[in-house]
Design a protein around this ligand. Structure first.
Ligand SMILES: [Zn+2]
Length: 187
């Protein structure tokens, strides 16, 4: 960045602080040649993200629409609105970091589900039922099985940990050889 007075390219930063409600950074600089001071503002460039809908139409990413869907799924689960806002922030930040500016709506649904599975099982199922367009009880059962598998793989809840112990105990009572197969059918 050149000095606005003498065009010299080098300067030093005297002070940095956030401005405009942390949307930008204000820097006070001093030219290394003429010694005059000037101010610069640095701001994050938000590039619009297009969502590819199931029918192939495109619409721009709408964070309030996404938040509404998540809030609906999380009703009466006791998860605070701050946490849900943070979840949308995380997803938006992740999308902003991508080189590709078009994202299928199903992929955004999966990003939400990845996070909901650790927040609330009820919210996870509700959100999945809308996003994956459940048609019958079979879809719920498949999703529950998948969720159970994910929780067992991760740190999991104590409930999930107990049920995986049951599986191991049951398999050992029969034949130890069958233990891996028993897990395979659950994941
Ligand atoms: Zn200068």
């Amino acid at each position: 960045m050149r000095c606005p007075f003498c065009q010299h390219p080098d300067n030093r930063v005297l002070e940095s602080r956030s401005a405009e409600a942390s949307q930008s950074v204000r820097r006070r600089r001093e030219c290394l040649k003429c010694g005059r001071r000037f101010t610069t503002y640095e701001r994050i460039e938000y590039v619009p993200i297009a969502i590819i809908k199931r029918d192939g139409d495109r619409e721009s990413f709408d964070r309030s629409k996404l938040l509404r869907g998540i809030v609906r799924a999380c009703e009466k689960t006791g998860i605070g609105s701050d946490r849900l806002e943070a979840l949308v922030d995380e997803i938006e930040a992740e999308l902003q970091q991508r080189a590709v500016r078009e994202v299928p709506s199903t992929e955004i649904g999966e990003l939400v589900l990845q996070r909901l599975q650790f927040l609330s099982e009820v919210a996870y199922i509700r959100f999945a039922s809308v996003y994956r367009q459940f048609r019958g009880i079979r879809d719920f059962i498949d999703t529950l099985n998948h969720l159970q598998g994910c929780l067992n793989q991760g740190e999991g809840t104590s409930e999930a940990a107990e049920s995986s112990i049951d599986v191991v105990a049951g398999a050992e009572a029969g034949s130890e050889q069958e233990t891996p197969a028993a897990f395979m059918t659950h994941s």
